[in-house]
Design a protein around this ligand. Structure first.
Ligand SMILES: Nc1nc2c(c(=O)[nH]1)N[C@H]1C(S)=C(S)[C@@H](COP(=O)(O)OP(=O)(O)OC[C@H]3O[C@@H](n4cnc5c(N)ncnc54)[C@H](O)[C@@H]3O)O[C@H]1N2
Ligand code: MOO
Length: 387
């Protein structure tokens, strides 16, 4: 039996494995770059604001007041601004280029217009060139996920394309002859609950996931699944068969393939039997069959692995002020399901998904400790939860 890896070390090991692999990069138009991760820091192609920009509808004025003669044209947004002569005012719109030599702006609501002159209090109601970002300045560092807002920011800064990492690809081999993929449980068989769940979780973490493939409980089928045809995915997640039961062929297959184990069991409950290995065909994340243990394994090794591949930071743990006492699990870290209010969720057995379905995440109880109500514990966010 192998020595269980401490839970924090398992996260780091998976992250470092990701960092050690260089994903290809690609330049994508902004809309298609959303959901990817920046592989290079983009530089602005125009400052922001691109020019001194009027911030309020009203009148641009120059010279001593209290009244200024109005010019007979309007300075609207989208046009190059003409210099404002001394003693004159021009009607301006929000977003217009500020007429050079403007000394102040009289807001529409503060203005009085009589016989071709305007009067009223004036102020610096404009945004200065480069106030938000200078020309050529770095917009965002490499490793930043391209959110819809990041794509909008890049557009504002004059960019058409972004250099991003190609998404790591993930495939799933679901082990277990007891599993069916339609209808209610029958004749000792149960529904596969991981197949419909894991691809969306990994997509949420930044991968491209393919449809799970059911693999028979035979050594040959396991070998073919792990030695499968090209092109190989970056990450192959297997589910079930991580222990040493009568039809658990994962370990023998990995040995046959000459796999290098980076993790072989983790000192965490649930989730103990997870593994991380490299074979000549790629990375294997072995997720335990108990569904909640599989989710914890995604959070423990798959999420940090994907973050490392994409050069994102190691996923940060949040904080949960827990509302209940939570007993620890001896030598192991305990990952305890909590709701949005820090309450321990019932149905937290490793075979159960009832609590996982709505949980905010897992509160982390250190080995050899018990958490007390109102303790602030680290929180592992629920993979795939978007709100
Ligand atoms: N003698 C021991 N037995 C077990 C131990 C142990 O330490 N000694 N550990 C238990 C723990 S902890 C876990 S977790 C499981 C892990 O087992 P495997 O990864 O080998 O998974 P299986 O045996 O294939 O399945 C376990 C359980 O989960 C159900 N399952 C599997 N896949 C799915 C799926 N896709 N959808 C829904 N349910 C699934 C399966 O039917 C079993 O009930 O081992 C314990 N045993
Ligand atoms: O460690 Mo198991 O994964 O408790 O169910």
């Amino acid at each position: 039996m192998s020595t269980p890896t401490p839970w924090p070390e398992a996260r780091r090991t998976a992250y470092e494995l990701g960092l050690s692999i260089d994903l290809p990069t690609v330049e994508l138009p902004l809309d298609r770059a959303v959901g990817h991760t920046l592989a290079a820091a983009p530089a602005s192609a125009n400052p922001l604001p691109a020019f001194d920009t009027v911030a309020m509808d009203g009148y641009a004025v120059r010279g001593e007041g209290p009244a200024w003669d109005l010019l007979d044209y309007d300075q609207l947004a989208g046009h190059r601004a003409a210099e404002l002569p001394d003693g004159r005012a021009v009607r301006i719109a929000t977003g217009a280029q500020l007429p050079p030599k403007t000394e102040g702006i009289v807001r529409l609501e503060d203005s009085t217009v009589t016989e071709g002159t305007v009067s009223g209090p004036h102020q610096r109601d404009w945004r200065e060139t480069g106030d938000e970002i200078a020309l050529g300045e770095e917009l965002l560092p490499a490793g930043t996920p391209v959110s819809p807002a990041a794509a909008g920011f890049a557009a504002a800064a004059g960019l058409d394309r972004l250099t991003v990492f190609e998404k790591p690809t993930a495939a799933f081999a679901v082990f277990g002859d007891e599993l069916i993929d339609r209808g209610p449980a029958r004749d000792g068989k149960i529904r596969d609950s991981l197949g419909p769940m894991l691809p969306a979780m990994l997509e949420g973490l930044g991968a491209t996931a393919s449809r799970p493939v059911h693999v028979e409980d035979t050594p040959e089928a396991h070998y073919n699944a792990l030695n499968g045809p090209a092109p190989q995915p970056t990450i192959l997640c297997t589910t079930g068969g991580t222990m040493h039961g009568p039809v658990d062929y994962l370990h023998p297959t990995l040995k046959k393939l000459g796999a290098e184990y980076l993790i072989d069991t983790v000192a965490v409950r649930p989730g103990f039997p997870m593994l991380l290995a490299r074979t000549p065909n790629g990375i294997v994340c072995g997720l335990p069959g108990n569904p909640q243990s599989a989710v914890i394994s995604v959070a423990t090794i798959v999420a940090p692995l994907i973050a490392g591949l994409l050069r994102r930071p190691l996923p940060e743990l949040g904080v949960a002020a827990v509302a209940d006492d939570i007993p620890g699990r001896g030598d192991c870290h305990r990952l305890a399901l909590v709701d949005d209010f820090g309450r321990l969720i019932p149905h937290h057995g490793s075979a159960m998904l009832r609590g996982v379905a709505t949980a905010r995440g897992f509160a982390v109880v250190e080995p050899h400790t018990n958490a007390r109500r109102s303790d602030a514990l680290p929180l592992v966010p629920m993979p795939g939860r978007t709100s």
